[in-house]
Design a protein around this ligand. Structure first.
Ligand code: XMP
Length: 514
């Protein structure tokens, strides 16, 4: 196995991800915990030093234990990791103020030959990389040679092939180093990895970790029916069986057949103990007459916590709360918490619960990215149609019903949404679209159907492409698709007589209407 020593880079998890893509098993450990004893016990076959925000010129800045260099295994240092390696082994690093700091795209040119590490790397004699450094290496350590240079980093790629130590100033793990995967592939190959690790193995390891963490205690899991909490629940159930109970809160704001599908899948198919809390009267009652989006969100969020707590009490003595937190959620909340950003929308989650209820968290997906969670779901046997589902917000249809929410409007919205999604599936577009839904608008408009006048609701179709939901663009449906869909909705859904298509991107719009 491979050890990644984390010096605090924002993108350390991306290194792990690249290695998983190469079917290599790795673990990330913060530098503080990597001692000589730890290293001896871990016995890595290779080590990677991540980047990090500190400066090696500052006394007391993070260091790996010296014994790492005596293990006789390949080491790859990245950015701060390069600098720390150079300084440890007798080179010299200069602090930012004397250096040409470099942030963003740069091009590295070949300066030496090394086919173990650089095979297939320089595609046009030079290669695009992503730099992000203030300090720089001023003098390389004895035994090292320069293999690549860039204008701002004369020692962009350095190596001591005899000891199999490699160090780069740029970040090969990020998307903007397009050929970065090649460097990782070469590194793991020269370290002797055969690339036989799989998502199946990840599943086994994750199960073991959950067992170690939870022991014989009870765990509750709030199930939303979304992919993340579902994968987490199935995985935890594999690990600890009936020590897990899921609570599915039906707030009456779900899509057509959604509650039935979720309950059938978890209770009947997976045999997971599930409390199906039908609290639609409570939620819809509290939302009666409410039209302000933030009041809607806060009302739902607060009630959700109350209801979840009430039903969790039935489980009796649960010590852990399971959540399907993903890596991007972790990194965003770490880097932005306390930051200057404003609240655009109060996102509803169960963040307030663990403290309030004295629960510890089990978050088995914390290291994974969305597509990896989908792969894990696939590995766990979740149906493909379920794994690929578009995201659905916690407050549900409440925020797709601008203005006051009524049961009548919700029923119309559910039907229109079902027709729209059916259209998208029939045309084979579902997987190309990140998220699609209907919003029912708080206006009635006049129409003519047959020989009669109608006075019904208008609705808006929404479909966006996105990578992470942070930015989005509207999906360019063909006119044929749009007119066929509008016709179907108006014919099949009583209560709607006008269909519009929302062509706003995010920003300036948001994906949801509220
Ligand atoms: P917006 O509308 O902010 O949405 O552009 C971005 C993504 O987040 C989803 N969303 C939510 N998800 N709880 C959730 O779990 C929420 O309160 C919430 N609000 C928005 C939205 O569906 C989109 O995928």
């Amino acid at each position: 196995r491979l050890l990644i020593i984390d010096f605090g880079s924002q993108v350390t998890q991306l290194i792990a991800r690249r290695l998983r893509e190469l079917n290599v098993y790795c673990e990330i450990h913060p530098y503080q915990t990597v001692t000589d004893a730890f290293l001896a016990d871990f016995a890595p076959r290779a080590v990677i030093f991540s980047g990090g925000p500190d400066s090696v010129t500052r006394p007391g800045s993070p260091r790996p234990p010296r014994s790492v260099y005596d293990l006789g295994v390949p080491i790859l240092g990245i950015c701060y990791g390069q600098q720390v390696m150079m300084q440890n082994l007798g080179g010299r690093v200069e602090a930012g103020e004397h250096a040409t700091a470099e942030f963003g795209r740069a091009y590295v040119e070949r300066a030496g030959e090394n086919d173990d590490f650089l095979s297939g790397w320089f595609r046009d004699g030079r290669e695009q990389v992503w730099m992000s450094h203030g300090d720089h290496v001023a003098e390389i350590a004895p035994g090292f040679q320069v293999l690549g240079t860039s204008p701002g980093a004369p020692f962009a790629i350095t190596a001591d092939p005899a000891r199999r130590f490699y160090a780069v100033q740029f970040h090969p793990e990020v998307h903007h180093t397009p050929n970065g995967r090649t460097l990782y592939a070469n590194f793991v190959q020269l370290a002797g990895f055969t690339g036989d690790w799989t998502m199946g193995a990840y599943r086994e390891e994750a199960i073991q970790k959950i067992r170690d963490q939870v022991g014989g205690a009870k765990v509750i899991c709030g199930l939303s029916g979304g992919v993340d909490s579902s994968v987490a629940a199935v995985l935890i159930h594999e690990a600890i069986g009936d020590q897990l109970t899921c609570v599915f809160v039906d707030h009456g704001l779900l899509r057509q057949n959604e509650a039935e599908e979720v309950v059938a899948m978890f209770r009947d198919h997976y045999n997971i103990p599930l409390i199906h809390a039908d609290e639609s009267d409570l939620f819809l009652g509290a939302l009666d007459g409410v039209s302000d989006p933030e009041v809607k969100r806060k009302t739902i969020g607060k009630l959700f916590i109350d209801v979840f707590q009430k039903h969790a009490a039935e489980v009796g003595g649960a010590e852990f709360l399971a959540q399907g937190t993903l890596y991007p959620d972790v990194i965003e909340s770490v880097s932005f918490s306390g930051g200057p950003s404003v609240t655009i929308k109060s996102h509803h989650n169960v963040g307030g619960l663990p403290e309030k209820m004295g629960l510890k968290l089990v978050e088995p997906l914390r290291e994974l990215f969305k597509d990896e969670v989908r792969a894990l779901g696939h590995e766990l046997g979740l149906p493909a149609s379920f794994i690929g589902r578009h995201p659905f917000p916690g407050p549900g249809l409440a925020i797709r019903c601008p203005g006051e929410i009524t049961r009548e409007k919700l029923e119309i919205l559910r039907k229109a949404d079902a027709v729209y999604i059916d259209q998208i599936r029939r045309h084979g577009l579902y997987d190309e679209i990140w998220q699609a839904f209907v919003a029912i608008l708080p206006v009635r408009t006049v129409g003519v159907m047959g020989d009669g006048r109608t006075y019904d609701f208008a609705c808006a179709l929404r479909a966006v492409t996105s990578v992470d939901g942070m930015t989005a663009d509207y999906y360019p449906f063909s006119h044929d698709f749009l007119s066929e869909t509008a016709t179907r909705i108006i014919n099949e859904v009583k209560g709607i007589n006008r269909v519009t298509y929302d062509i706003t991107s995010k920003p300036p719009g948001t994906i949801e209407w509220e």
